[in-house]
Write a protein that binds this ligand. Structure first.
Ligand code: XIL
Length: 353
């Protein structure tokens, strides 16, 4: 097998098509082998967890500050990654501003109360906190690391048809419970105010290929687009090797693209609980078909700008925990060798589609 550190550069092969990215952790930026691998193969990075609200919010300092609206931040983990990106001229997708997960409950509570059943803050307080949070993060990043972030995931996973509700909003989200569906345009309005020139604002979600979800997302994006609040759609692409429906993925991408949105594949992995040669060859085929589809869309004029994998090697995939079984879903082995899936993606770049 070919070692990842000497194999042809993946992002180099896609240079004229789209950025190739990966979700990374702080541990990786401290590790010389990971640093070299990331530099070689990726032209975009996303913090797998390091830029989420739970990582940026500092409750102790917020309480000390005594401001009921503006929280205090600790930016050092995010800064470490932003510095790595800047030093290596790698573009950053910022993930994520408004999300129901990995945002501490106290952020939604009256008086920043940490008790699990503390009363939620009033809607006008939450609206002001949402704006203050977005302003605080965007001002920090754009003043300290100008030109580093090219895309912001402004709202993540607001829609979930399984939860019913008008418009299919995820009703259990504390953003929804405090502000209703208005939190979505409010977040985008705040981000518009504080974005730097050239940055694009994204809505990001999973299972975008499921017809009911695609419809609900299209309706939401259409409204946001009409008010010029959104620039791009992030399709997470957490897929499974035995349940691939590329045609459905393509239809969703076309639906979002037809709204005039830039398309990012933001969190690609293809769950495969088998590491043997035959299954890994099938995984490679899944990646080949998916990339062929993206390249075809690009050729037709759809603005597929960036494709990111959710993790770097099979040793650091989140799927092992999420699926509660082994998973070998990515392009590099835990030993940082390239896999058949790597060759398949590389070859897709060379095919004239
Ligand atoms: C996941 C991370 O990979 C895990 O390490 C963490 O424990 C939970 O979150 N959709 C998203 C990502 O938008 O932020 C999630 O990341 C995966 C699903």
């Amino acid at each position: 097998m070919n070692n990842a550190l000497t194999a042809p550069s993946l992002c180099g092969a896609f240079r004229n098509r789209f950025k190739i990215g990966a979700a990374i952790t702080g541990r990786m930026t401290d590790d010389p082998d990971y640093r070299a691998l990331i530099r070689r193969h990726f032209s975009s990075i996303t913090a797998e967890n390091g830029m989420k609200p739970e990582k940026l919010l500092d409750r102790e300092a917020t309480l000390q500050k005594g401001d009921p609206i503006r929280p205090a931040f600790h930016f050092s983990p995010a800064d470490q990654m932003l510095s790595f990106a800047r030093e290596n001229e790698i573009a950053v997708r910022f993930h994520t501003l408004a999300w129901h997960n990995q945002t501490p409950r106290w952020f939604f509570a009256k008086n920043w109360d940490n008790a699990p059943d503390a009363p939620l803050a009033a809607p006008e307080v939450m609206l002001a906190r949402l704006e203050a949070y977005i302003q605080g993060v965007m001002e920090h990043v754009n003043s300290q690391y100008p030109g580093t972030v090219y895309a912001w995931d402004v709202v993540n996973e607001a829609i979930e048809p399984d939860q019913g509700g008008p418009g299919c909003y995820r009703t259990k989200s504390l953003w929804y419970q405090t502000l209703g569906e208005s939190f979505v345009p409010a977040a985008f309005r705040a981000a518009r105010k504080h974005q730097a020139p050239g940055q694009k604002l994204f809505y990001n979600d999973y299972s975008t290929f499921v017809p009911a979800k695609k419809e609900a997302l299209t309706a939401l994006l259409q409204k946001l687009r009409a008010d010029n609040l959104v620039d791009g759609m992030g399709m997470q692409a957490h897929l499974q090797w035995d349940k691939m429906d590329i045609a459905a993925c393509e239809q969703a991408a076309r639906a979002f693209g037809n709204l005039g949105l830039t398309l990012h594949i933001t969190e690609m992995d293809i769950h495969c609980p088998f590491r043997d040669e035959a299954h890994q060859a099938q995984l490679a085929q899944c990646y080949r078909d998916y990339f062929d589809m993206l390249l075809r869309l690009n050729r037709e004029g759809y603005d597929v700008e960036s494709v990111s994998f959710w993790g770097v090697t099979d040793a650091d995939t989140w799927l092992t925990y999420f699926r509660k079984e082994g998973s070998w879903p990515l392009l590099f082995t835990g030993d940082k060798d390239v896999k058949p899936a790597f060759d398949a993606v590389l070859e897709a770049a060379k095919r004239r589609i």
